[in-house]
Design a protein around this ligand. Structure first.
Ligand SMILES: *Cc1c(COP(=O)(O)O)cnc(C)c1O
Length: 482
């Protein structure tokens, strides 16, 4: 593919603007005016359209192909959700924050307020803030709320630790560490959940919080979860729920009912909005009553007449954790998603997601090692250890799938599984799509024995083959046309 700059011809234009009748110096201060040409490519409109259209065809998305990325639920974004989000486009986020502005935005504030109530209902919490811009930022917000809670009870110095299982997502310990806690990691037992006896040993009155996701990143629901939260509470530690895996239990279990005090929800995983490439995300945080006094501001509250107001002067609040009310468009899509599906629909989503994951698990079990062999929730975790005997790694299978038109599943996570391959089909995939994927996974397993070279060389169909992914992320070179 030719680079757009290689097509550039001096003087060629895509559009012609009328001559400006505004003196440029009158609008911008002198020091902000550009002194040199911007050096943009000079091309026709058609050249430009082809450039961007061709680039877009190199993107991989749920809209083009199966995308079974475990843990980070890649959800199909129904097009009607975009229509719903577009309805709110005329709303400028600043309006509500101007003096008296809330009067003009009762509808949009109402959507945010209702979404908070719906999420509180789904998760079993008492109130939700929509501010955080992603799951990880929700974790940080949640842990800040927990810290504020302990501080308000005079326990700031005493509470030093946050406990996490070793299967946890890396953001969990990272978020707790950023807020200033030391991390205690509890190993996973052979039955696939946090080792209960070792957990009991790790607990003390110095623990501020226990962070868990349930089902965990092995896709397993912890049957001891109530007992774990009772133990945590007996030490005055709060339970934090990482809601990234809510797609497995929506409408079935409310985390608040099994003892969790704080939760973040990844709207971009569970409630529409595909993610990847850094955004957009939204990580609302729900809390039990005792933590409401510390929620971020501005906080949307309803007065006795049903009018929505913005609370901004609560001194106990941890403050603002994002601009305005968070990523508004993602919330509008989540709101539409919940309203359209309703209670029965959300339950059906979870059931179908779990059924699909178990279907893939059973079909691939004869070909791939399944270290925790039990009924899974919405995702299943294999190991490429059998393939490794032939010199084939999980990464080789991942690259082979790319050539076959599939996004690879999550590999090498959770870290407690050697050569992990974590598959999450989601609820929207048909049996036919899953069968086609299963056939390719079986082909990969057979190639590992008969022709490992084919796997080592993959991918062969992409503009570039294998890169040093860490280096590529840190030293981006998007001009490479190799
Ligand atoms: C995705 C994920 C997170 C982090 O969420 P982001 O929205 O990507 O910041 C945390 N925990 C688990 C289990 C996840 O899958």
């Amino acid at each position: 593919m030719q680079l757009i700059y290689e097509l550039s011809v001096p003087g060629r234009r895509g559009i012609k603007l009328p001559a400006s009748d505004v003196p440029s110096a009158a609008v911008l201060p002198e020091e902000l005016l550009r002194r040199e040409q911007a050096g943009l490519a000079e091309v026709s409109e058609l050249d430009l359209v082809r450039h961007f259209t061709n680039l877009s065809r190199r993107n991989f998305s749920v809209d083009t192909n199966f995308y079974p990325l475990g843990s980070c639920t890649m959800k199909y974004n129904a097009k009607v959700l975009e229509n719903a989000a577009a309805l709110f486009a005329p709303f400028h986020p600043m309006t509500a924050l101007l003096p008296g502005g809330a009067d003009f935005c009762q509808g949009t504030l109402g959507m945010l307020y209702d979404l908070g109530q719906l999420l509180a209902d789904i998760t079993g919490m008492d109130e939700v803030t929509t501010q955080p811009l992603a799951g990880a930022q929700g974790e940080m917000t949640g842990i800040m709320l927990i810290a504020a809670y302990h501080a308000s009870r005079g326990n700031k110095a005493k509470k030093k630790y946050v406990v996490v299982p070793d299967s946890s997502h890396g953001t969990n310990p990272a978020s707790a560490a950023i807020v200033g806690y030391e991390i205690i990691t509890v190993p996973t037992a052979p039955y696939g959940d946090m080792d209960l006896e070792l957990f009991k040993k790790a607990m003390s009155d110095e623990v501020a919080a226990v962070m868990m996701t349930c089902p965990n990143t092995l896709g397993l629901f912890n049957p001891h979860i109530k007992e774990i939260s009772d133990i945590a509470h007996s030490h005055d530690a709060l339970m934090y729920y990482d809601g990234a895996n809510l797609n497995a239990i929506m409408g079935k279990v409310k985390p608040g009912d099994v003892g969790f005090d704080v939760i973040h929800v990844n709207l971009h995983k569970t409630f529409g909005t595909p993610h990847g490439g850094g955004g957009p995300g939204s990580g609302p945080v729900g809390v039990k009553k005792a933590l409401i006094p510390f929620l971020p501001q501005p906080r949307i509250v309803m007065d006795d007449d049903g009018k929505l107001l913005l609370e901004t002067a609560n001194k106990g609040s941890i403050g603002r954790t994002a601009n305005f009310f968070g990523n508004f468009g993602v919330m509008a899509k989540a709101y539409a998603y919940i309203i359209m599906l309703g209670r029965e629909g959300l339950i059906q989503v979870s059931e179908q997601a779990v059924l699909n994951a178990n279907y893939i698990k059973e079909k691939l079990k004869p070909y791939y090692d399944l270290p925790y062999d039990m009924t899974c929730m919405h995702e299943c975790v294999f190991s490429a250890s059998k393939q490794l005997e032939h010199g084939v790694h999980a990464i080789d299978i991942a690259k082979f799938l790319i050539d076959k038109g599939y996004h690879p599943p999550t590999v090498y996570f959770p870290m407690i599984v050697k050569e992990a391959i974590m598959i999450e089909p989601t609820e929207t995939e048909s049996k036919a799509t899953m069968d086609a994927f299963i056939a390719v996974m079986i082909e990969a397993a057979q190639a590992a024995i008969s022709n490992p070279r084919a796997l080592h060389d993959a991918p062969l169909t992409m503009p570039i083959s294998r890169l040093d992914e860490t280096k590529a992320a840190r030293e981006q070179n998007v001009c490479c046309s190799g």
